[in-house]
Write a protein that binds this ligand. Structure first.
Ligand SMILES: *Cc1c(COP(=O)(O)O)cnc(C)c1O
Length: 384
């Protein structure tokens, strides 16, 4: 599959028809164990399903192909994938450098769950190369990159950060959830490992949780696979199957998400009710040039700062009708959120706090004129 283009790989990698029945779609192997042909006689290597399940394998092959990777491992959630990666790579005394607007759950995992086991972290402005170099210590093992970031859509130059990390003997890990592999291929830009919350664009329909680690080569594959097996935060067969189905339409969905978000960003930029529009597809966005270089589109996420302040932002988030008020992102339906009280409540008062007048949109693939009309009526309601 590796010689085919992205949209073709997304549909066919790991998805061959069932050889015994000819089912065009690989079945959901809803099982916990496999019969052995004599003791230790495993068929295709499957035994007890914490160590492997054919539906999970079908998803892992597909995920690796999407990112141009050598391997992928699928987990029960994005955070389960991150946890397996961090515990496989780090030991007590090691240090991680993170962006100052990293996903709050990643920050919580490192500072609340892993810190008591001796892992240290520093948050830094990743778009400032000197600040990143200054944050690196002899014990730094990972520089963790998220771009575009959440919720302010900051753009980080993946190739530049990978170079700095490698010069210091550290790994560059990219959380590619926001862009998805349809728009951004971090391995080709020098990243070592990729993590995903497949809950978002990859699943794409707000009906399944999942996560993944994708590997550029063999490094850490055995160690992280061992964590997956020994700890057991694996994706269930039905969840893996739903994710493979979602991935098949990723290329067309993300194209429409990006087109709709660009139209909404341009509409919002012309409205006085918004003092800032955070969207990398706008030429005025500080990361626009880097995004244009390292992404093939600007994605479906955008944030808006309300000129009238925090109360207006809160009311606006509660006044839309098509945009549903909910956490999460990346589904076909549009969502709106108020990060300070929702996704980013756990980082209020820290260096990662989000401005109190910001709302975040996950722009879906509905008709864009309906979406803009919805935002217009919300503005009219909060003004009246
Ligand atoms: C949602 C998300 C995660 C965590 O994934 P879960 O599937 O919710 O565990 C990690 N990183 C980013 C950027 C996310 O949006």
């Amino acid at each position: 599959m590796s010689d085919h283009a992205f949209a073709t790989r997304a549909i066919h990698a790991g998805q061959a028809p069932d050889p015994t029945t000819g089912s065009i779609i690989p079945p959901i192997h809803q099982v916990s164990t496999h019969v052995q042909d004599g003791i230790g006689g495993l068929r295709e290597g499957y035994e007890y399903n914490r160590s492997g399940n054919p539906t999970r394998t079908a998803l892992e092959v597909q995920l690796a192909a999407l990112e141009g990777g050598a391997h992928a491992l699928s987990f029960a959630s994005g955070l389960a994938a991150e946890d397996a990666l961090l515990r496989a790579v780090l030991k007590p005394g090691d240090h991680v450098v993170l962006g100052n607007d990293v996903y709050g759950g990643t920050y919580r995992l490192l500072t609340k769950v892993l810190a008591p086991w001796g892992i240290e972290t520093t948050t830094v402005e990743l778009s400032d190369a000197d600040a990143v170099r200054a944050a690196i210590r002899p014990e730094t093992r990972i520089v963790w990159v998220e771009t575009p970031s959440n919720p302010l859509l900051k753009i980080v130059d993946i190739a530049a950060i990978a170079e700095i990390a490698h010069a210091a003997g550290a790994l560059a890990v990219v959380d590619n959830t926001f862009a998805s592999p349809a728009l951004q291929q971090p391995l080709a830009l020098g990243a070592d490992l990729i993590v995903h919350s497949t809950t978002k664009y990859l699943g794409g329909h707000s009906d399944v949780l999942g996560g993944a680690v994708v590997f550029g080569d063999d490094r850490y594959h055995e160690q992280i696979k061992f964590q997956q097996f020994a700890v057991g935060a694996v994706s269930a067969p039905l969840d893996a199957w739903l994710t493979t189905r979602g991935i098949k339409t990723l290329a067309v969905r993300v194209r429409q998400h990006s087109e709709n978000a660009q139209a909404i960003a341009e509409w919002a930029a012309a409205r006085p009710e918004f003092e800032t529009v955070f969207y990398p597809g706008l030429a005025t966005h500080p990361g626009h040039d880097i995004a244009a270089r390292q992404m093939s589109g600007f994605g479906g996420m955008l944030s808006l700062a309300l000129s009238a302040g925090p109360d207006a932002a809160r009311s606006f988030a509660e006044s839309t009708r098509i945009f549903q008020l909910a956490e999460s992102l990346g589904g076909v339906e549009s969502l709106i959120g108020y990060p300070p009280d929702m996704t980013h409540a756990s980082v209020r008062g820290t260096a990662l706090a989000v401005p109190e007048n910001v709302v975040r949109l996950s722009v879906g693939i509905e008709d864009v004129a309906d979406l803009i009309a919805d935002l217009e009526q919300a503005l009219a309601r909060i003004a009246g």
